[in-house]
Design a protein around this ligand. Structure first.
Ligand code: SF4
Ligand code: SF4
Length: 198
């Protein structure tokens, strides 16, 4: 044992250092917040509950069933069922097992049509694991819930045009992707519910 370590042991230096740190923190500003009364600001790039983006004008999912998200997902937690019609691929189901997801956002980055998003919604914990397996309807519902709370008219996810990749290598649809008009979709839903209630 070195002399310095022996001195530290005899004079309980480490303990006094710890006590001094505790004492210092007693008078510093607290870093904890009173959640849920107080909420932290969510920064761009936050990765919360998964959602399938609706086309703001048709109301259908934007997903074209290209399977790129399933290929890049390191957790293998995306399952897609699709059917090929004469000239179009129809996505009949799209499932994400959020309990296995590691929130890397590779799926969001890889999607050529910006059809998938990790929303800013983080309050979706559940006691039942099966409730964290989102099917297509639930993923679209997740988007509706997210969109209804979104405070702006348009939405654009940071991972739809990932930094670090030369934009010339992105698919054309990704290069030309503009922010999605949220309010237009909300208006359509409202018009539909007004029509059905009248
Ligand atoms: S965020 Fe990552 S782990 Fe989660 S579904 Fe997407 S690719 Fe898979
Ligand atoms: S990458 Fe996008 S378009 Fe392709 S299957 Fe996944 S969500 Fe759908």
């Amino acid at each position: 044992m070195k002399l310095r370590e022996i001195i530290n042991k005899i004079f309980l230096i480490e303990i006094f250092k710890g006590l001094f740190l505790t004492l210092r923190m007693l008078f510093s500003k607290p870093v904890t917040i009173q959640y849920p009364l107080q909420r932290r600001k969510i920064y761009p790039g936050f990765r919360g509950r998964h959602a399938l983006v609706r086309d703001p004008f048709t109301g259908n999912e934007k997903c074209i069933g290209c399977m790129r998200c399933t290929s890049v997902c390191p957790s293998r937690c995306i399952y897609i069922k699709r059917e090929k019609t004469e000239n179009k691929m129809i996505v009949t189901d799209y499932v994400i097992d959020a309990s296995r997801c590691i929130f890397c956002a590779y799926c969001v980055e890889a999607c050529p049509v910006c059809a998938l998003v990790l929303t800013e919604d983080f309050e979706y914990s559940d006691y039942m694991r099966k409730n964290l397996i989102f099917n297509k309807e639930q993923l679209l519902k997740n988007w509706d819930e997210f969109a209804s709370k979104w405070p702006y008219d348009v939405y654009f996810n940071k991972f739809w045009q990932p930094p670090g990749i030369d934009p010339s290598r992105w698919p054309k649809t990704k290069r030309e992707q503009k922010p999605i008009p949220i309010k237009r979709f909300v208006e359509i839903k409202k018009e539909e519910s007004d029509e059905s209630s009248s």
